[in-house]
Write a protein that binds this ligand. Structure first.
Ligand code: ATP
Length: 239
């Protein structure tokens, strides 16, 4: 199997001290990887380091090419879509304009209109709200828009930061159903940061556990399910 992204000896942070210490990770093509970790472990920092939003050093090989010195826009143009925590939609733009903006960095502009229709079909509520400003959507609708907008770039690597945060279980079901469909029907590789570990592990093919900026466990999701310690740490609230 080919790796979409291979990370070695990654060090990253926000200034004086490093938050991430010598991380090495592999994200296989068309697979979903869950990243678990306590608050402050460095999960968001890792997504930012991959997408070029913060300084970092080490190796980040995207489809075998080094991207660790590239700025965020160039990394996005190479097929990395980042849906940040808090959604990051353009509040003053309409739903439809947000979707179009999502396709902005796409090399091949053919099929943009079809893709917009595809996402309206996937999330009919967005179709009904297509002319509304994104800032007026509910939290769940904004999360659907953030996911659809990220997918409009037809990314090879999708970085999702807590897509279920603050949403009602029914909406979370819908988001995870769509993620499952993305994995089944496209070649997108997904890196999912999720407090809702139970759902993340059901979707994921592989899991990394990050503790204080270092990877302490990696393997199949069963590894977490079968470990009393890890279950207590990450599934405690839900099992
Ligand atoms: N912009 C920033 N400037 C300085 N330090 C930051 C910044 N953002 C995060 N940090 C610090 O980096 C560390 C890791 O934060 P990060 O947001 O990556 O954790 P996380 O695992 O995503 O946590 P959470 O689950 O709470 O979102 C924390 O100690 C945090 O205080």
């Amino acid at each position: 199997m080919a790796a979409t992204l291979q990370i070695s000896d990654l060090v990253a942070g926000y200034g004086a001290g490093a938050v991430l210490h010598d991380l090495s990770m592999t994200f296989e093509e068309s697979c979903a990887t869950a990243l678990l970790g306590a608050n402050g472990a460095g999960k968001t920092t890792l997504l930012r380091a991959i997408s070029g939003l913060i300084p970092r050093r080490g190796q980040l090989l995207l489809h075998g090419e080094q991207i660790s010195s590239l700025p965020a826009e160039k990394i996005a143009a190479r097929g990395v879509a980042h849906a940040p925590q808090g959604r990051g939609t353009f509040a003053h733009q309409t739903v439809e304009d947000n979707l179009r903006i999502g396709a902005y960095l796409r090399r091949d502009k053919a099929g943009v209109e079809e893709d917009i229709q595809r996402w309206y079909q996937q999330f009919p509520i967005l179709s009904n709200r297509r002319r509304q400003k994104a800032g007026n959507l509910s939290g769940g609708e904004q999360q659907m828009l953030a996911l659809a907008r990220a997918m409009m770039s037809r990314p090879s690597l999708l970085l999702l930061d807590e897509p279920s945060l603050g949403l009602a279980p029914k909406i979370v079901d819908e988001i995870f159903e769509v993620l499952g469909e993305i994995l089944r029907t496209t070649k997108t590789t997904v890196l999912l940061v999720e407090q809702n570990a139970d759902r993340a592990l059901k979707l994921a093919d592989y899991v990394y556990v990050l503790e204080v900026g270092s990877i302490t466990t990696e393997g199949s999701p069963d590894l977490v399910m079968d470990s009393e310690k890890l279950r207590a740490a990450y599934l405690g609230a839900q099992s």
